[in-house]
Ligand binder design. Structure first.
Ligand SMILES: Nc1ncnc2c1ncn2[C@@H]1O[C@H](COP(=O)(O)OP(=O)(O)OP(=O)(O)O)[C@@H](O)[C@H]1O
Length: 578
């Protein structure tokens, strides 16, 4: 024995309103969609018209194809049955609807739905559906071919059917539709496609609907997806991680104002407004169906945005510079895996160097090798000294910069990159002649004794600039050891033992205080016969070098600084010691 499924309409409507549609407001979209589809079905030489009248009840009339009585029974009363699919069940291309559930959404705001309809050459029919699942079919009053749907508001949902709300919703969803739509006599369509507006009007449109005046507008055209539209470039930086959605229309009907997945992540600086005749909606019609076609469309749009950037570099570099200043993070993120973008960054993005802000291309021309410091701290330590020796140095400490430099060198054998370690610079420090070296021995041993307990080695070299008396150089290995010692000091006995055992394996090159023999003050200090005063001076130079390089001041450093400062003051201020 075979039976037929029974459907509990209340249950289905509840499912739709709570789990499928984001808001009951979509009922207007579903009604508009049915009217437009009926007009499409009536044929192309047919000037379509959709009229919405609000009041006690809501009425929407179209001059579309209408339904015969047999179709009314078949289509309106069967959930999931649609006239918009072909024999194989595929959505027919020319229609907006496809699922056969749209009309049900009206039960979210109405208790009763009346469909008064007539198909050319057939008598008019009146179908009445109730939210409890009953429906009636009766002969309808004489009328022109077409359909009028009337909604009787459900208690508590009246506000969804007022003139103001309906005008707002019809404008939101339907303003780009290719048929004339009016609400209470006022047209909501007919203003054309915003991305075809002249530039000024386009900017005003963006300001009103997207909330910003665009930096530029990129026209989009992807024939394979029947897609046209525009990408509006944001005029201010945005967090690359914030997902900005796009305004997507499908066959001129708004899908949603914040659709994700239309652009690749790197293009976070653009907001699109597009219409597509091929991309598919999910059943809720609130997002795009994520399939191969969406992926291909995304790639095609990405190409067009990339093309805009490349074009800008060729025709208007100044403007490209402006763009990069605003959105450098996104462009750099993109350059990490896109060669064209990498070239763009190399040619046009000014990086911070010790010779000012210059592009990597210029830097290479001047200095050959892309020499960079990997962190901001290392850069600060080295920048002035390197500059005085005419060594160009890039600050690779900004997000992505060091990675980009490395990648550039990895993709082009012509390009060399070199990470500069603070201790590498000592090779640029000239040793002193043997005689001077010898004469400085006693001073050096005094100085070394004062700094021994801080784990610092003192050397004297000649380097530029003469104005810098001393530099504190810390190699990567030493930096690691410093952190290691700090955690050893804080650890309890058990962990202390473990860390001690480990420390055997930690390399032992020590940080260095490099005194500059070209600096007059250093020469005078080195020549002092008073070893106590020389010691105090070395300690002060040590403190000053720490601060110059923005090194952390440990408690032992702070204690040393205090005693040396007080010691020097004591020497400097005249009067008898008490
Ligand atoms: N205004 C109308 N004029 C003519 N036929 C209509 C009209 N409204 C609805 N219909 C008929 O009723 C059927 C069911 O409509 P319904 O809105 O439930 O689903 P659909 O439009 O086919 O698909 P979807 O769920 O994607 O909207 C339609 O396929 C269509 O044949």
């Amino acid at each position: 024995m075979s039976n037929t499924f029974q459907v509990d309409l209340r249950g289905i409507v509840d499912l739709l309103s709570h789990h499928l549609y984001a808001s009951p407001r979509v009922y207007i979209r579903e009604l508009l969609q049915n009217s437009v589809d009926a007009i499409t079905a009536a044929g192309t030489d047919h000037a379509g018209r959709v009229e919405i009248i609000t009041g006690e009840m809501l009425r929407i009339s179209d001059n579309g194809i209408g339904l015969t009585e047999a179709q009314v029974h078949e289509l309106l009363a069967t959930i999931g049955r649609s006239s918009k699919r072909d024999e194989l069940g595929f959505a027919r291309h020319e229609f907006l609807g496809q699922f056969g559930i749209g009309l049900l959404s009206c039960f979210m705001v109405a208790d009763e739905i009346r469909v008064h309809t007539r198909h050319e050459g057939a008598p008019a029919v009146l179908w009445t559906g109730y939210s409890d699942g009953r429906y009636e079919v009766a002969p309808g009053a004489e009328r022109e071919p077409g359909t009028t749907v009337t909604l009787l508001p459900r208690r508590g949902a009246e506000h969804f059917l007022t003139g103001t709300t309906v005008t707002e919703l019809a404008t939101l969803y339907g303003s780009l539709l290719p048929v004339e739509v009016t609400v209470d006599g006022r047209p909501v369509t007919g203003r054309g496609l915003p991305w075809e507006f002249p530039p000024q009007a386009r900017a005003t449109y963006a300001e009103k609907t997207l909330g910003f005046r665009p930096f530029d507008v990129i026209e989009l055209n992807v024939p394979a997806a029947g897609l046209t539209g525009a990408a509006f470039v944001l005029p201010t930086p945005v967090n690359p991680a914030s997902r900005g959605g796009h305004r997507v229309y499908l066959k001129r009907m708004l899908l949603a104002e914040s659709v994700e997945g239309l652009l690749p992540e790197w293009a976070f600086f653009a907001r699109c407004v597009v219409d597509s005749s091929e991309l598919r909606p999910t059943a809720s019609r609130e997002s795009l169906y994520d399939d191969g076609q969406l992926a291909e469309t995304r790639d095609a749009i990405a190409d067009q945005i990339r093309g805009w950037l490349v074009r800008l570099s060729a025709t208007d570099p100044r403007r490209l510079g402006e763009f990069l200043r605003i959105h450098h993070l996104g462009v750099k993120a993109l350059a990490l895996h896109d060669d064209e973008m990498l070239r763009l960054v190399e040619q046009w993005y000014p990086m911070r160097t010790n010779m000012g802000e210059i592009t990597l291309a210029e830097f290479r021309e001047r200095f050959g090798v892309l020499r960079y410091a990997a962190t901001d701290d290392e850069f600060r330590q080295l920048a002035a000294v390197a500059a005085a020796q005419d060594v160009g140095l890039i600050n690779g400490g900004y997000v992505y910069d060091a990675d980009l430099i490395e990648r550039l060198a990895g993709t082009d054998p012509e390009i060399r990159a070199e990470r500069l370690d603070p201790t590498d610079l000592t090779t640029r420090f000239l040793p002193l002649d043997a005689e001077t070296e010898l004469s400085l021995r006693p001073f050096l041993s005094v100085a070394q004794r004062r700094l021994d307990r801080l784990g610092c080695e003192v050397v004297v070299r000649a380097f530029d600039p003469v104005t810098v008396p001393a530099l504190y150089l810390i190699s990567r290995a030493a930096a690691f050891r410093d952190e290691f010692t700090a955690s050893r000091d804080q650890a309890d006995d058990l962990w202390g033992g473990v860390l001690d055992a480990l420390s055997q394996t930690v390399p032992t090159d020590r940080p260095q205080l490099v005194l500059n023999h070209r600096n007059p003050l250093v020469r005078r200090v080195a020549a002092l016969a008073d070893t106590e005063l020389a010691g105090l001076a070395v300690e002060s130079l040590y403190g000053q070098a720490l601060m110059l390089g923005h090194h952390p001041i440990r408690p032992s450093d702070a204690a040393l600084l205090t005693t040396s400062l007080l010691g020097l003051l004591d020497r400097a201020v005249p009067g008898e010691a008490s």
